[in-house]
Design a protein around this ligand. Structure first.
Ligand code: 5RP
Length: 215
């Protein structure tokens, strides 16, 4: 299913443009498909070091985001997504760079298999990237919000920070919670992608790829 959506996402890539590329196993399949059409791509901005390395291994030109004003499209996976196109991301720990690249993109295409589509976000623990010295303080604040944060052990983000995975949240208002968590001092960003949701979901199902747009 992940491979099928990765193939389908190629249709969303206009010729001669620069695109943003996400991180994770579904994004990796997409990069492999991109390798086949690299001749009609000007370049790509990567949302992680791992994605940059994979793009380069296919001979795709990787650009610094600071050299680009706007990206036509951003293609990335999700850990959970609702029919409103709100997502939890960051299972792979790349949430901050993913959110930055998404912010610069005109269109966000989410590629996911059908297990990722949910009615309410929160069953997947919400990743929160934190400055290491703020880890305990941010954890206490997250407990006040009703979550159970756990440090992702043995993991450092591409930005040199730590990840707290917050269990036990039932997220009824993702737009509000995204803002509240980002206001905690020491938080770099959290894995709720609700203020800038996806524009299109390509969902891999046993009956093929479904296209879902925000309702
Ligand atoms: C990485 C992410 C990924 O998009 C998310 O974890 C989904 O990954 P996969 O495609 O492997 O299921 O947010 O930070």
């Amino acid at each position: 299913m992940k491979k099928a959506v990765a193939k389908a996402a190629i249709e969303q890539v206009p010729s001669g443009c620069i695109i943003g590329v996400g991180t994770g196993s579904t994004a990796n399949y997409f990069i492999d498909e991109l390798g086949k059409i690299k001749g009609r791509l000007e370049g790509a901005v990567a949302s992680s070091e791992a994605t940059a390395a994979r793009l380069k291994s296919h001979g795709i030109n990787v650009l610094d985001l600071n050299s680009v004003d706007e990206l036509e499209v951003y293609v990335d996976g999700a850990d959970e997504i609702t029919h409103n196109m709100h997502m939890i991301k960051g299972g792979g720990g790349a949430l901050t760079r993913e959110k930055i690249v998404a912010a610069v993109s005109r269109k966000f295409v989410c590629v996911a298999d059908e297990t990722k589509l949910v009615d309410i976000l929160g069953n997947f623990p919400l990743p929160v990237e934190v400055i290491p010295m703020a880890r305990s303080y941010v954890s206490r604040e997250l407990v006040k919000l009703g979550g159970q944060p756990r440090l992702r052990t043995g993991f450092t983000t591409d930005n040199g920070n730590a990840i707290l995975d917050v269990h036990g949240l039932t997220i009824m208002n993702p737009v509000e919670l995204e803002g509240i968590i980002n206001q905690i001092t020491g938080v770099v960003t959290n894995g709720l992608f609700a203020r800038r949701p996806a524009d299109l979901l390509l969902l891999g199902t046993s009956n093929g790829v479904r296209q879902i747009k925000a309702g």
